[in-house]
Every structure is written in C-alpha cells, then in structure tokens.
Design a binder for this molecule. Structure first.
Ligand SMILES: Nc1ncnc2c1ncn2[C@@H]1O[C@H](COP(=O)(O)OP(=O)(O)OP(=O)(O)O)[C@@H](O)[C@H]1O
Length: 604
C-alpha cells in the first residue's frame, strides 16, 4: 500500500496564476466604471426621473416658442404636440387602463402648457405655475413607481455583490404580486387563476409559493418559466420552479434571482463530512443554499455516485473535493483509478491508498475491491445482516474512477466488458459491505457507462452531479425524479461578465436548481488522515500495481493460504457450476486471488 504523504503547499505565484479573472479586475480603468455606474443609475431610476424630464421638455418647448416671433413660434409647439401625441399613442398599447388614462392627462397637460408658455412667456409666474402643476400631476406616478424595477443591470455592469431584497413600503401593494396578477395570473395569461403567496426576500432575490387553479399540475408552472422571466424583466437562468414534495401537485416553490450568486467562485472551506449523516457540502445552489454529496446513508450502506461534464466543465475539481473530504476522514479509505492514464488526478498518485493509472491497474484495483467485499462478508453475518456502518474500525472504501467512460466503453479495438461487469458487481453488492463506486464521465448517459443499465440504476440511487455538456445525447441520458428546468447542454459557457462557468450544473438527485461546485485549488494543501482497513480486509493482499496481475501476498496469507487441493477443488466446482474459464470470472465466483485461480487453471 502506498503511504499517504503530505505535500508542501503550492507557491503563492502558482496559486495566483490559477485565478484567471482577478488580475483583469485589478486593471479595470476607473472612467468606464463611472460611466457604467451612471448608466446603471439612470436606468434604475428612469421611472422616477421621467416626470422631471417631461416637465423640463414642456418648459423648453414653451420657452423656445415664446422666444420666436410668429409664425416660427408654431414650429416648436407643433413638434411638442406631435411628441405628446406620439408618447400617448405608444402608451395606449399598454394593457393597463390606468396607464392609458394617466398618459392621456399628462400628454394633454403638456401640450396645453406648451401653448400657454408660448403665448404668455416662459418665465416667472407662468413657468412656476407650470412646474407646480407638473409636480402635482407627477405624484400618482411616483406613488405607483415607489419601488424601482428589479435591478438586473447592476451585476451585468460590475462584479456581483449580494444585495438585500428590495423592501416593500408598508401599506403599498407588492409590485411583484401586481406584476404576477396582471401578466401571469390574469385570464388569457400563462397561469390563469394562479396565486402567488408567501413572498420572502433573500440576499439574491425572492421566493414565493405558486398555487395553480384546480386541475392544474405544477409542471405547468415550470413550463411558464420563460414568461415569468419576461414579466420580471430578467436574463435567462434567473427563475427556478421546484416541487413542494408532500404538498398538493398544484403548489410549487418559485425562486427569482435579481442577481446571480453563482457568478462568483465559492471556495471550499475545509472538511465538512458529517459522520452522523455521511454527507458534506459540495455545491452552492442559486439561492445560496448548500447542496450535499452523500457518501453513505446511515443504516442503509454506502452510496454510489456519478459526476459528468464536458472537458473543462470542472468534474476533476469536483472529484478533488470528494477525495479531499474522503482522505481527511478517519472513516473513509479511498482507492483511485485515473482513466486519463494518470494525467487527470496526478495530485492523488502519492496520496491515495491505491492509485491506478492504466487499464490493467484499474482491473487490479477493481478485483481488489471485489475481494474486500468477500472479506467483509463474515462481519455482516456476525452483526446479523444489514449493512456495515462506516467507522474508524470499518472504513468506507470508495473506488473513485475519473474519465470512467474511457474504461467502460468498448470499441473494435478495446474490450472493456470485464471492467463493466466488475463495476456492476461492486455497485450491486458493495453497498452493504461499505464499498462504493464514484464515477466521472463526460456525459451522464448509459452509453458512457458501457451501456450498463445495472450501473445506471445503482448510481441513480446515490448522487448525480451534472455539469455542462455540449451535445444533447442519444436519448439515453440519465434523469431522476422531477423534470429538469433546463437541459445541461443549455447551461452557458460564460457568465455575463465573461468569466467561465466552470463547476456550474445541477445536483440531479437533489433540488432542481442551478448550482456551482465548491472550488478547492490545491488538494495537496490538506493533510491525509490515515484510515486503516479492518483486520479482515487488511489481510487481503494489496495489488502491486505494476501493470501485471501479480499480487503481493500478505504475511498472514503466506503463512496460512489454502492448500492447492482446496483451491483446485473450488475452481473445478465453479467451472462445473457453469462459470466461464475466465480467471476474472472464476476469481469473483470463488473469492480466490487471481494468482491462485491462474495457478489452479494451470494445474487442472
Ligand atoms: N467549481 C469551480 N469554480 C471555479 N472554477 C472551477 C471550478 N471547477 C473547476 N474550475 C476551473 O475549471 C478548470 C477546469 O477544471 P477541471 O480540470 O476540473 O475540468 P474537467 O472537466 O475535469 O476537465 P478535463 O475533462 O479536461 O479533465 C480549472 O482551471 C479549474 O480551476
């Protein structure tokens, strides 16, 4: 067994070079930032500023007309009247009767004051009266627009900052509710007769409960996501609809984000594996809540997992977090297989209990894991069935396989069916013996699992993390539970500020809301906690991982291995029972080591 070692922390320069956005942010000039901020404020407060602009324009037109002698004075007045009529015509298309009426009064008043100022002069008492009248007429407008539009320009213009949800003035109807009632719940709109209640703000937006009309299902609310985005004037990816399990199918939880917390990197802050629950935080959801990865279910055994994503989507970084949590716990004894030939998880070459960097070594590690299952059988029998609970004296043994599709898919030149069979066996039998499989592939599809529906069914019961992919797939995508709000291929490659969306995806076996994986820059910065195997498992020889099938026998086995006759008899019996004369199959069937099976096959 390779002794885990602690590596020195990376040099600061090295860590800096990995941060791709920080230096750019530091170089951003001030002038464009000020211009952006002015544009943002103007856009945000445009509703409040509009009456001043209208009164000012009325004053300007009246003053221009008063300064000219007739008939030239008619020109600015005619232009002003045309503008007033045009603005009214534009607003008339609005669905709100109030807005039509108000626009009619405002446009008529503006035209009237333009003429009055032109005839009576635009200074002194007349202009004062006009401003006072305009301000009085603006009061209903300001009351109606007491709450600014949802501010979506802020985070497009500048790095996002968590913001408190906008407060609603006491006694004022909630604008979010009004928009819902007018544009979503009204007759002929996407969700007629629906109600929005329990609106509560949080740092990045607000949440509410949607209840549909009798006879409707919450999936309809999910389908209305694009309309909801449009009504609240938000960019894509800011509205999420989730089932309220255990409640009426008409009800669902709506999450609306006015800014996007996922745009910033969320760093892993130290080990969080809770031995009582077997889970640790792996991702941060769009509403700021953590999503957990489960290594085991208390009382129900180990859980398998699948992490998928296109190249550079961040799946290796997810495995880094999983492996760091595992290797810092005294109740987890991880084994690592790198399907990328040792290039994907090089940090773990010296730190994992076993590290396989070639297909042949991968086979050896999988056989070893299968033999550990056999070794632990008596422990389960002794405790009267059930499953082994991970503990310092009986650690969980996760077999983590990066680039697993390379080892599971067969083609004309490579036959990997034996690897698929061994993985199936681990997922089907390993859970109650504390042995599980954690796979990383490029697409969460059955095809990438070697077309094994058995593997698919087992990983679906555990954790599936789906990061961004680029192809829709061939129809055999793995899905779980509630419908996904969007296809993984529709996840953006970049955020609006141009930064990459590495680590962005869904925990498909948890809440159906966008999330981003925690980032651990350098796993070697964190010490490995030894988690020695239980004595029965420790008696199993550890493969030498030299590319051959040779195994090192433990001293105990060298002293007391079974006699040749017993080995030969067990192998003969397995063949007589119908097992193929394939060493791997015989090894699994008999529980003997590969060397024993090979030797027996030579003898019989
Ligand atoms: N959660 C994250 N937050 C921010 N950046 C991340 C996150 N995860 C990964 N990255 C960055 O994305 C880049 C690619 O990550 P990673 O190597 O894990 O991708 P991958 O999917 O394993 O790619 P490949 O298939 O090529 O190995 C790295 O530079 C990493 O720093």
């Amino acid at each position: 067994m390779t002794t885990p070692t602690k590596r020195p922390p990376a040099e600061p320069e090295q860590r800096d070079s990995e941060s791709d956005t920080a230096p750019e942010e530091r170089r951003t000039p001030v002038a464009p930032q000020v211009a952006r901020e002015v544009r943002r404020l103007l856009r945000r407060w445009r509703n409040q500023a509009l009456p001043f602009a209208t009164i000012g324009a009325t004053h300007g037109i009246g003053a221009a007309a008063a300064a000219l002698s007739s008939p030239e004075a008619l020109l600015p007045v005619a232009a002003g009247w045309t503008a007033s009529a045009g603005i009214y015509g534009h607003v008339h298309r609005s669905t709100s009767r109030w807005e039509r009426l108000y626009a009619c009064v405002a446009a008529g008043s503006s035209a009237g004051w333009q003429a009055t100022l032109a005839l009576a002069g635009a200074n002194g008492v007349t202009a004062g009266l006009m401003w006072a009248f305009g301000a009085a007429l603006s009061i209903p407008w300001w009351v109606r627009h007491a709450e600014p539009e949802p501010d979506v320009t802020a985070e497009l213009a500048a790095p996002p900052q968590p913001r408190e949800a906008l407060p609603v003035a006491p006694g004022t109807a909630d604008r979010r509710l009004k928009l819902w009632n007018e544009h979503i719940a009204a007759a002929g709109k996407p969700l007629p007769e629906s109600t929005l209640d329990g609106i509560t703000g949080f740092a990045y937006g607000w949440k509410a409960t949607v209840t549909l009309a009798t006879g409707e299902h919450w999936h309809t609310t999910l389908q209305a996501r694009k309309s909801i985005l449009s009504v609240y004037d938000l960019p894509d990816g800011r509205v999420f609809v989730e089932a309220l399990h255990g409640e009426s199918v008409r009800r669902s939880r709506l999450t609306v984000l006015t800014s996007d917390p996922l745009q910033q990197k969320n760093h892993w802050n130290g080990p969080g594996l809770d031995p009582a629950t077997g889970k640790f935080p792996l991702m941060i959801a769009a509403d700021g809540e953590p999503l957990h990865f489960k290594l085991w279910n208390p009382g129900a055994g180990a859980l398998h997992a699948l992490i998928s994503g296109v190249t550079r989507s961040g799946k290796t970084k997810v495995l880094d977090v999983v492996l760091t949590e595992a290797s810092m716990s005294d109740r987890v004894h991880p084994l690592v297989i790198d399907g990328g030939g040792g290039a994907s998880l090089p940090q773990w070459c010296e730190r994992a209990n076993l590290f396989a960097g070639s297909p042949e070594q991968a086979r050896q590690v999988l056989r070893y894991a299968l033999r550990l299952i056999e070794r632990r059988r008596p422990a389960v029998q002794r405790q009267g069935g059930g499953s082994l609970e991970p503990a310092p004296e009986m650690p969980l043994v996760p077999v983590v396989i990066d680039e697993a599709h390379k080892l599971l898919m067969s083609d004309d030149e490579t036959d990997n069916r034996d690897i698929v069979r061994m993985c199936e066996q681990i997922t089907q039998e390993g859970a109650k013996f504390g042995v599980c499989l954690i796979l990383a592939t490029q697409v969460p599809s059955v095809k990438q699992l070697g077309n094994s529906t058995a593997l698919r069914d087992q990983v679906k019961a555990g954790t599936i993390v789906g990061l961004r992919i680029t192809e829709k797939g061939s129809g055999n995508m793995i899905d779980t539970g509630d419908p996904m709000p969007e296809h993984l291929k529709d996840l953006p490659a970049e955020f609006p500020d141009g930064s990459s969306t590495h680590g962005l995806g869904y925990m498909m076996t948890s809440r159906k809301i966008r999330a981003r994986a925690l980032l651990l820059e350098n796993p070697a910065d964190h010490p490995v906690t030894p988690a020695p195997l239980d004595p029965e498992s420790a008696a199993e020889p550890v493969p030498a991982l030299n590319g051959s099938d040779r195994v090192e026998e433990s001293p105990a086995q060298q002293r007391s291995g079974p006699a040749h006759e017993d080995v030969d008899a067990a192998v003969q019996q397995a063949i007589a029972d119908g097992t193929d004369q394939d060493p791997s199959a015989l090894m699994r069937e008999t529980g003997l080591t590969m060397r024993q099976v090979r030797s027996a096959l030579k003898r019989i």
